[in-house]
Design a protein around this ligand. Structure first.
Ligand code: DGY
Length: 331
């Protein structure tokens, strides 16, 4: 890059303008504005051609060794979101590339979505909608689409981080008993929500609703499979707004088919988009959303702003507000 030239930043989607406008004040910004996000070869070309910053979409874009090998000028990878399982963080750290995310921007919105799915699955909201539209509804029936009470039930939260705590906080309004599992005790969350820390197996045995809110890590990949599903009550509902990889998807499909658990409410899949003929999608006793956890106008604008502020800071030599790998930053 010539002295005085503005750094190049590549954005793999037409992210909300709230953030892009900030970026444009500081950088030479290339935004992919095609319908499906930048194809991999376009992303790799941008890296090869001197991008100093990338605004990427987790979990779709893959910022791995292959991508970093092509990126001589790359200084910052900023994700439009909180999860950073799409980037090889140790490799980025080794190369001195800052990896940034947007914690705090989507906590409440994602908790709302977990609840939307939980309510939808428990009370058959999608099926009811389809039933009315199809013209099948002939009369009010005493046993039509009977569901499960949420109020007074037991909620198990797996991963009591910011989003898990926000899910648990909402559960108080429904008079639920709240259990949580995770590596460490969270005294503040316990004080705020009344949640009780238990081993995962106990949580699975006792909960009527299990909400997955943990990050996808080596430890949580495939955390929920046949063994865990068999520990759950046959009336229980599994809610996943975390990452698809936390659940062994084929084993969940088999458990739903067999009636091992009653239902699942799924926002995230092992591979996204999930194939429409995937065994899980074929399960009638499940509710799906296409990764909409953070999908509100206000939250997406906030995510864009924070993600772009991270890039600007890194390119100006300031510590980015939300740095995943602080080891790269020497003040
Ligand atoms: C996140 O923040 O990680 C969301 O899932 C968007 O990818």
């Amino acid at each position: 890059m010539a002295t005085g030239a503005r750094p190049k930043v590549f954005c793999s989607w037409g992210f909300p303008e709230a953030g892009l406008a900030i970026l444009r004040e500081h950088a030479d910004v290339q935004v992919w504005d095609g319908p499906d996000g930048a194809p991999r070869d376009v992303l790799l070309d941008a890296l090869r051609n001197g991008a100093a910053g990338v605004l990427a979409l987790p979990p779709t874009d893959r910022l791995n060794v292959e991508a970093m090998d092509l990126a001589p000028d790359l200084k910052v990878i900023s994700g439009f979101g909180v999860g950073f399982d799409y980037v090889d963080v140790p490799e980025a750290t080794r190369r001195g590339i800052a990896v940034c995310n947007t914690p705090g921007t989507l906590t409440e919105t994602t908790a709302d979505q977990a609840w939307a799915l939980m309510l939808g699955a428990a009370r058959h909201v999608p099926e009811g909608d389809r039933y009315v539209r199809s013209g099948e509804w002939r009369k009010y029936e005493p046993a039509l689409l009977l569901g499960t009470d949420i109020h007074g039930a037991t909620l198990g939260v797996v991963g009591m981080g910011a989003i898990g705590t926000a899910v648990a906080r909402r559960a108080r309004g429904f008079g639920m008993r709240i259990l949580y599992a995770g590596r460490s005790r969270r005294p503040e969350a316990e004080a705020e929500t009344g949640a009780v820390h238990v081993p995962l197996d106990d949580l699975l045995r006792q909960s009527d609703f299990v909400s997955l809110n943990c990050a996808l890590t080596a430890e949580t990949r495939g955390l929920i499979g046949t063994r865990e599903l068999e520990l759950m009550k046959p009336t229980a509902i599994l809610v996943n707004t975390a990452r698809g990889g936390v659940v062994k998807q084929a084993e969940l499909a088999a458990a739903l088919r067999a009636g091992t658990i009653a239902s699942a409410a799924i926002d995230v899949f092992e591979v996204e988009p999930v194939a429409h003929d995937d065994a899980l999608v074929a399960c009638k006793n499940a509710v799906f959303a296409p990764h909409l956890g953070s999908a509100t106008f206000a939250t997406r604008a906030r995510m864009s702003r924070v993600a772009c502020e991270n890039i600007v800071a890194a390119l100006e030599g300031r510590r980015p507000p939300f740095l995943v790998n602080p080891a790269v930053w020497q003040e």
